[in-house]
Design a binder for this molecule. Structure first.
Ligand SMILES: *Cc1c(COP(=O)(O)O)cnc(C)c1O
Length: 369
């Protein structure tokens, strides 16, 4: 069976460095807010080309804390609006709600699966304070266009970079494309911990300090609380693991890009639409999505050929019971993506032979009945 994502294989490929890092932390006797976290934050900020990095417990918290910090700084008020792509993973939208703000759902373009900048301005109201640019599947959102709109209307750009560690557009990496950016280090992400983890990056000194304080109980000095903060910290073991894995991120992303290039060149099937081909550096292929009206048949066919696939995502956020208040929105492009998307295996531990098997099996798919 070709697994969708071979986390075990990926972890093994970093040994013995990972075990050494974990053992070093165990022996140190210091497990929260120590030098491992500080070192990783510094390395990741430098990698992104950004002034600040603040470790958090996960990606959802990273997003939420950015907006809580903007509220503490008076940039946003309770009930203000944030424009967000409708076809994102639900975390982007939940973060806005958890921060006491209002998500305003925007259609993506079918080609990019990222927010359609042409549709943003029609959604702007006097209460709009930010645009959330989600780099979905690992592809950079159209940041040039989003920047122009944000500048014209004095809006913040918050990046959801949870799927796009290391992607580059216009010479800048994700994490450094907006006013603040959130990353997830969930194990399956391009840079993944062996547990939960996340980070905020920004060049804004005030925002960085406020976010760091909020993430640590609203406290800068022990037992002195400035804000009603949260407990969301990147622990020392995860930070040490991430520092090891960061060293190979560009190489691993390069492998994902090579696999995607092989799929782009090798898959040719009239029933299947491939993802838009763009500049190589702009897409780090956290996910390699293909689109097929007969998705269930295709999924079954690939399973019979011992290829595991996933769907990102089967139900769009506005059709989730949790977000019933959005159920009447008309979002046909979002719904089409959710109906037709199928994710092929695409990860650094895949062999060329496996990639070839996937291509052959996808090309052999035909419609029954
Ligand atoms: C994974 C992910 C998140 C949330 O990250 P967690 O670490 O799981 O909280 C947010 N946004 C997107 C687009 C994601 O893929």
């Amino acid at each position: 069976m070709i697994k969708y994502c071979d986390i075990k294989g990926i972890t093994r490929s970093f040994e013995p460095q990972l075990s050494e890092a974990v053992n070093r932390v165990i022996a140190s006797g210091w497990y929260i807010l120590g030098n491992e976290c500080k070192d990783f934050e510094q390395q990741f900020a430098q990698y992104c080309g950004c002034r600040h990095c603040i470790g958090t417990a996960n990606g959802l918290d990273a997003l939420t804390i950015i907006m809580l910090a903007y509220k503490e700084l008076g940039v946003m008020q309770q009930g203000d609006e944030v424009i967000v792509p409708a076809n994102t993973y639900i975390a982007s939208i939940l973060a806005i709600l958890q921060a006491g703000l209002k998500p305003v759902l925007c259609e993506p373009t079918w080609e990019s699966c990222n927010i359609d900048p042409e549709r943003i301005e029609a959604l702007i109201t006097p209460r709009t304070k930010a645009i959330m640019a989600v780099h979905l599947y690992g592809r950079c959102a159209n940041i040039d266009h989003i920047e122009k709109i944000a500048r014209r209307h004095s809006l913040k750009i918050i990046e959801d970079s949870a799927q796009a560690h290391g992607a580059i557009t216009g010479g800048r990496r994700t994490g450094n494309l907006g006013d603040a950016s959130a990353f997830s280090f969930y194990p399956g992400k391009n840079l993944g911990a062996l547990g939960d983890g996340g980070a905020i990056t920004t060049n804004d000194n005030e925002l960085a300090q406020t976010a760091r304080t909020i993430a640590n109980y609203g406290s800068q000095k022990k037992y002195v609380n400035l804000y009603k903060g949260v407990n969301s910290r990147l622990d020392e073991i995860q930070a040490a693991i991430l520092a090891v894995k960061l060293q190979r991120l560009d190489t691993d992303n390069g492998r994902r890009m090579d696999i995607a290039a092989a799929y782009n060149a090798g898959i040719s099937n009239p029933h299947i639409t491939l993802p838009m081909a763009g500049k190589r550096e702009e897409h780090v292929y956290h996910i390699y999505p293909i689109f097929c009206k007969q998705r269930e048949q295709l999924r079954q066919h690939l399973l019979e050929n011992e290829i595991e696939t996933l769907i990102h995502y089967p139900v769009p956020p506005h059709k989730q019971q949790a977000l019933k208040e959005f159920e009447n929105l008309e979002l046909p492009i979002t719904e089409r993506i959710h109906n037709e998307e199928l994710s092929l295996p695409c990860h650094p531990a895949m062999s060329d032979n496996e990639v070839q098997k996937v291509i052959e099996a996808v090309n052999a798919f035909s419609i029954q009945g």
